[in-house]
Write a protein that binds this ligand. Structure first.
Ligand SMILES: NC(=O)c1ccc[n+]([C@@H]2O[C@H](COP(=O)([O-])OP(=O)(O)OC[C@H]3O[C@@H](n4cnc5c(N)ncnc54)[C@H](OP(=O)(O)O)[C@@H]3O)[C@@H](O)[C@H]2O)c1
Length: 303
């Protein structure tokens, strides 16, 4: 099979496509023929050598999220109700940009027919992160949620899930993404120096904040009068500790992913996809590394 690997830490150009042995599913695993793989800021950081805890062995494969079709069952996997040919999506560990991945059955979520493969792959990490964060912050009807980096992949899902909970949402983005945020149901504001004043000028004091941007986001949220225990970050653990705010990186949950996938299949949640062919992985990483854009960057791997 073909898979993306890198042989040293460095810029996007260290990524290359290699021919590797086909993986075989172990007990309780299924093998997936991958159709699309999401590209995360995590992957960029791994490639640059910033994920010091990750066990990297060169040539290292990469990628945390996939959609595709079950093509082989490991021992016992059929008892869980999965069959060859089922369309699925889910999380994997450092090997998603590949034609084949083997994953434990409990991590696999069924893909509804109405959801295309690129969108399914795009939902995996952002959905689990956004829904977990909203749960930890107990975002509810009557809240005014300030989402920092609302146009990004996590912000896109968090904004829509909060609106479905009847919370109002103020979202930060560059002006080019303000119409996009309005379409998601948020009130847009530009990030940067004037953010606190711009939010105050809306006359709608935020009650809770989700930081998917880092930098000044936590300090700005607290300056707006939000209680520190209702300011959550998925980016900046150090600033959270300094300000008494919370880290709300809830971890993976196929159950929460299943819920968002069902909403997406009904058209209640959308995720714009910026698709790149598998062979353009360098351009895909360059796009994510820019930290600008909307929705999600996805690699198209198979058809
Ligand atoms: N994806 C996950 O599941 C996950 C999980 C845990 C942690 N995280 C972390 O959460 C962060 C966001 O992840 P993501 O996947 O949503 O990233 P992403 O899709 O790459 O989001 C990028 C967004 O950030 C916005 N942005 C850039 N600079 C900003 C600033 N100074 N203030 C406010 N917004 C700014 C950009 O808006 P404009 O284009 O409008 O400039 C862009 O839409 C990353 O640091 C990531 O490591 C992500």
């Amino acid at each position: 099979m073909r898979a993306v690997v890198f042989d040293r830490f460095g810029p996007p150009e260290v990524l290359r496509i290699a021919e590797l042995p086909d993986p075989e599913p172990g007990p309780g695993q299924v093998r997936i023929r991958v159709r699309a793989a999401g590209v995360q800021p995590f992957d960029v950081s791994l490639r640059r050598g910033g994920m010091t805890w990750a066990q990297v062995r060169f040539p290292q494969t990469i990628g945390q999220e996939y959609s595709g079709v079950v093509d082989r069952l490991g021992a016992g996997a059929g008892e869980a109700g999965l069959a060859v040919g089922d369309a699925v999506l889910g999380s994997t560990m450092l090997d998603g940009y590949a034609e084949l991945v083997c994953v434990p059955v409990p991590n696999v979520v069924r893909k509804p027919d109405r959801l295309d493969f690129p969108t399914a792959a795009a939902l995996v990490a952002a959905s689990q992160t956004a829904s977990g964060a909203l749960n930890e912050l107990a975002v509810r009807d009557g809240d005014v949620l300030l989402v920092h980096a609302a146009a990004g992949s996590v912000g896109t899902i968090a904004t829509q899930l909060a609106r479905l909970r009847n919370a109002a949402v103020i979202g930060t983005a560059s002006p080019a993404n303000h119409d996009y945020l309005r379409q998601l149901g948020a009130i847009p504001v530009a990030y940067g120096d004037g953010l606190v004043e711009a939010v105050r000028a809306l006359g709608k004091p935020p009650t809770v904040a989700l930081d998917a941007a880092g930098g000044e986001a936590i300090a700005q949220s607290i300056a707006l009068g939000i209680a520190p225990d209702r300011v959550g970050t998925i980016v900046d653990d150090k600033a959270a500790a300094e300000h008494g705010a919370r880290v709300v990186r809830a971890g993976r949950s196929p159950e929460r992913l299943t819920e968002v996938v069902a909403l997406a299949a009904r058209g209640q949640v959308t995720m714009p996809v910026r698709a790149y062919p598998f062979t353009d992985v360098v351009a895909a990483h360059t796009a994510v590394e820019s930290r600008h854009g909307r929705g999600k960057v996805v690699l198209i791997i198979g058809t």
